[in-house]
Design a protein around this ligand. Sequence first.
Ligand SMILES: Cc1cc2nc3c(=O)[nH]c(=O)nc-3n(C[C@H](O)[C@H](O)[C@H](O)COP(=O)(O)O)c2cc1C
Length: 166
Amino acid sequence: MTDLTKYSQKIINNFEKRGAFLISKLNEKINVMTIGWGNLGIEWRKYIFIIMVRESRYTKEIIDASNEFTITIPLDEKMDENLKICGKDSGRDYDKINTLNLETVKSKKNNTPLISCKSISLECTVVYKQKINIENLDNSKKEAFYFDEDLHTFYHGEILYINENL
Ligand SMILES: Cc1cc2nc3c(=O)[nH]c(=O)nc-3n(C[C@H](O)[C@H](O)[C@H](O)COP(=O)(O)O)c2cc1C
C-alpha cells in the first residue's frame, strides 16, 4: 500500500482550500472537471478516495466506461483560474485540456494522466460505485443540493499511486 499518511494532511488542507482537478480518459479523449467534495479514508484494507459526480457531468460517462480516474490537487494558487473554468464548462462542448493549455503527465499505474503543476496527484481505480438513494438522505440536504434531481454517484477509488510534484 502506498504510504498515504505522509500526504494526508497536505491533501485535505489543499483540497479544502481550492478543490482539485478530476481527470478522466476514454480511448484518446481526456477530460478534466473541478471537484470540491471528496473523502479520503480506508476501506477493504485499502486507501480510498471517494468522489461525488452528478448525473449530468460528461466526466460521469467517461468514468463509467473507463472505471478509473486521477485527481490532481494543486498546492498553490497558480491553477485557480483553470479550476474555475473546469468547474463551469463541460468537455461535451470543447476540449478543456487543449484550449486551456493544460499540460498532462503520464500516470504510473493508471491509463488516465495527471495535470502538471505543483501538486499531489492520486491515481485511482474504481472499486465500488453507488448512486445516491434520495430516500435515505437527510431532508435538509435534499432541499439544498438536489432540488433539480441531478443526483451524485459516489465512486470509491482505490489509490494505486500517489505523486508529489513540487
Ligand atoms: C469549486 C467547484 C467544485 C465542484 N465540485 C463538483 C463535484 O464534487 N461533483 C460534481 O459533480 N460537480 C462539481 N462541480 C461542477 C463541475 O466541475 C462542472 O459541472 C463541470 O463543468 C463538469 O464538467 P464535465 O461536463 O466536462 O464533466 C464543481 C464546480 C466547482 C466550481
